[in-house]
Design a protein around this ligand. Structure first.
Ligand SMILES: CC(C)(COP(=O)(O)OP(=O)(O)OC[C@H]1O[C@@H](n2cnc3c(N)ncnc32)[C@H](O)[C@@H]1OP(=O)(O)O)[C@@H](O)C(=O)NCCC(=O)NCCS
Length: 182
């Protein structure tokens, strides 16, 4: 039984559990999935995946969810709102769809919009930001469709495949989100 914490017609988000570590491990062992993830150079294990889930679930500053596709309720990826700062009312977002058949079908956009609604109206945040590899065109396009704006670029931020890649910083305020929704 999964707790459907947030949902749309096509997906629901549920807290991750220890039993989800194996599938997360499988995704993050796949070079195609890891290619755009900043933690990719670190060797992963199922034990580390379990520890990652346990640490997020015991932190009051992080909301980590599995993304489940309806109607089969398949676990297809993860999304998190991290570094939740209740004084300055901001947080960062991280997302990865690990099941490749579900990429590029608008599910990333749907998930991010759902998390933004949660961030602004349930958690009470005012701004959400993220960092993305400058060459991750699909992710940047998806975030722009959610209302994120490019705020700047950090040159040579990530080391991948023998070279440095810049990172684009994107953010959205609650006001910008509301102007998109109306
Ligand atoms: C980033 C991610 C969450 C986006 O979710 P998604 O469901 O695949 O993407 P969406 O379908 O919402 O949007 C993709 C958009 O990029 C566009 N796109 C796809 N490939 C593209 C490319 N090579 N160049 C430019 N745009 C591209 C699509 O046309 C679509 O835009 P549209 O809705 O205006 O047509 C998902 O691709 C993913 O998890 N990727 C692997 C891990 C990753 O990159 N995580 C992000 C780390 S910051």
């Amino acid at each position: 039984m999964r707790v459907k914490f947030l949902e749309t017609e096509r997906i629901f988000l549920a807290p991750l559990e220890e039993r989800d570590a194996a599938v997360c491990y499988k995704w993050f062992a796949d070079p195609e999935v890891r290619r755009y993830l900043s933690s990719a150079a670190i060797v992963n294990t199922i034990e580390k995946s379990k520890a990652f889930i346990a640490a997020a679930n015991s932190s009051s500053g992080e909301a980590l969810f599995g993304i489940f596709a309806k109607p089969e309720n398949v676990h297809i990826g993860n999304v998190s709102l991290g570094g939740i700062d209740l004084i300055n009312r901001n947080a960062s977002i991280g997302i990865a769809i690990g099941e490749k058949d579900y990429l590029g079908r608008g599910i990333g956009r749907e998930t991010v919009k759902l998390i933004l609604k949660y961030a602004f109206y349930t958690v009470g945040l005012n701004m959400v930001f993220l960092n993305v590899f400058a060459d991750n065109a699909r992710a940047i396009a998806s975030y722009e469709r959610c209302g994120f704006k490019r705020r700047g670029e950090l040159p040579q931020c990530f080391f991948r495949d023998g070279g440095f890649i810049s990172c684009v910083i994107m953010s959205i305020t609650k006001k910008e989100y509301e102007s998109m929704e109306t």
